[in-house]
Design a protein around this ligand. Structure first.
Ligand code: SAM
Length: 283
């Protein structure tokens, strides 16, 4: 999907107001929000905040690490990494209304010194090579067909030895996927590959896999068949369309059509440059 299609599918106007109204209706004090108050409304992936914490522990994230959250949406995972793991996080997302809303929520929680939001395409990351300790990406690559380019970009922005931490839906042993899913109304916008192929892409783009967990059973949420609360981001963004997504999600999970994987991979160091060829002294 290009930027226009991505914004048309994911984007919503008045999103900050919708989120705050939904949280107020759920009894939250919107002038004193915590990351836990916000979690149902800003962690836009299966498993919610628990899944974010799980992946952060799997990657052994430490205070001071510089993290690039690619396709970071409204910034729920980024704020969790900042508050609970001490990371410094840059969020890149192609959907402008998510970047604006994410910025507003980050400011509301007084985290702007540790979390920043930028509009950007995961396929053309506009940051210097080797800038980050961690690339974090959670339920964000499903609309992207060119996985080779996506993961090569992740490798480029990481320092050697840096970590890629991902949670991604992947194609299960039974196909095809039943639509609609959270990220696509039909197969034209959905690009899942099986775990074996994804591991191949990750290895071929310069990574060594350190951990690979199938979390399908534990990362439940509306895209896997569990209905969420009225102040859940899935309901706020998808509205009534969510009901069909929940029904399809249950089939996709139960019938093995979609798997949820959490993985951590280390960026291999580039091979040491070869010594210059020997030349014969000129006579
Ligand atoms: C399901 S949301 C996940 C958001 C966030 N990672 C989270 O877990 O809360 C998927 C996100 O992927 C983003 N996205 C899709 N294609 C993208 C691309 N090419 N570049 C950057 N972001 C993209 C969408 O804008 C959306 O915010």
């Amino acid at each position: 999907m290009d930027a226009r299609a991505t914004n048309a599918y994911w984007g919503r106007t008045g999103l900050e107001r919708l989120i705050l109204e939904a949280l107020a209706a759920a009894g939250k004090h919107v002038d004193a929000l915590t990351i836990d108050d916000l979690a149902p409304a800003d962690q836009f992936h299966s498993g919610g905040k628990n899944a974010t914490q799980r992946l952060a522990r799997l990657a052994n994230l430490r205070p001071g690490m510089r993290v690039l959250d690619v396709g970071g949406g409204l910034g729920g995972p980024a704020r969790t990494l900042a508050v609970e793991f001490g990371c410094d996080v840059t969020v890149v997302d192609l959907t402008e209304s998510y970047v604006q809303t994410g910025e507003a929520l980050t400011a509301r929680l007084r985290l702007a010194d540790r979390v920043r939001h930028r509009v950007g395409d995961a396929l053309a990351l506009d940051v210097g090579a080797g800038t980050f300790d961690v690339v974090w990406t959670q339920n964000s690559g499903m609309n992207i067909a060119d996985k080779e380019r996506l993961y090569a970009g992740f490798a480029r922005v990481l320092r050697p030895g840096g970590l890629l931490a991902l949670q991604e839906p992947m194609a299960g042993p039974v196909q095809p996927v039943v639509f609609p899913v959270m990220w696509a109304r039909d197969a034209a916008a959905s690009f899942l590959r099986p775990p074996g192929e994804m591991r191949g892409v990750i290895a071929a783009t310069g990574f060594q896999v350190r951990a690979w967990d199938d979390v399908t059973a534990e990362a439940v949420g509306p895209s896997t068949g569990a209905s969420g609360p009225a102040h859940g981001v899935q309901r706020i963004v998808m509205g009534e369309a969510l009901d069909a997504i929940v029904r399809a999600g249950q089939r996709n999970r139960e019938e093995g059509r979609i798997l949820m994987i959490q993985a951590v991979a280390e960026r291999r160091s580039p091979p040491a440059s070869a010594p210059p060829p020997r030349t014969s002294p000129m006579r």
